[in-house]
Design a protein around this ligand. Sequence first.
Ligand code: B12
Length: 219
Amino acid sequence: MSNELFEAMCQSVIDGDPDAAAALAEQSIHDGVDPLEAIDLGYVAGLTEVGARFSTGEMFLPDMMLAARAMQRAVAVLEPEMTRRAMHRQVLGRVVLGTVKGDIHEIGKNLVGIMLSANGFEVHDLGVDVPPERFVETARSVGADIVGISARLTTTMTGQRDVIRALDAAGLRPGVKVLVGGAPVTRAWSTDIGADGYAEDAIGAVALSRELVGVAGTV
Ligand code: B12
């Protein structure tokens, strides 16, 4: 049953159909499906396929935009359920989150933000195309424990190093820890640029953030 649902979710993203994507998300909540599974096995699978078809020239930028819109509508429906399932009252730490300058990909970063909020972190989301100085200003003004930097393009990954250098120059580290992520980012890259941690996905981001603020135990 879930497999059919996941396939339909995947297809709704490939078709760039936000109404279908949202309706399937509602159905999954009704059926008691784990929203994270719905995202990973359903919608992200669709985005991966769209990306592959974009690479081979079978799909174009407007198709990617529609696919992203469908994904975002589904996530908006699933978000309250994710929060409900992982409700925490105590604030574990403050996180400033954003996608680097020159990069407008936000879906992965938003998922990380949703998961961190749902797991007790206060998240200050700066959005996309964020210059290093905004990370610095906000980290200082909110008293951030962690700065999370997302990059989705191989050409924008260096923006993560720029943010780290700016935080260093402002004297905010090592008090503020830096977490990096995004599909082209690797652990080796994160070590190279002097980040405090790298996580492959939103669940990993929560586990690592807990570690960085010194909270024991798993998510
Ligand atoms: C949707 C999409 C778009 C949308 C974005 C809309 C939006 N609102 O976000 C639009 C249409 C705008 C777009 C534009 C472009 N895109 Co695009 N896009 C995609 C697509 C299809 C999906 C990306 C996505 O959201 N994935 C799903 C999320 C959930 O995964 P994720 O981002 O990896 O995030 C997870 C982890 O990485 C991690 N994570 C993410 N951030 C962080 C941060 C921290 C701190 C941590 C710890 C973890 C973490 O956790 C997340 C959840 O598990 C990918 C293809 C693909 N296969 O992924 C191409 C893709 C990323 N795009 C690509 C390209 C080339 C472009 C354009 C340059 C195209 C063009 N010619 O204009 C532009 C760039 C615009 C810009 N300046 O940024 C290439 C990138 C190639 C590369 N390696 O550099 C890809 C791979 C497509 C391809 N196969 O060629 N794109």
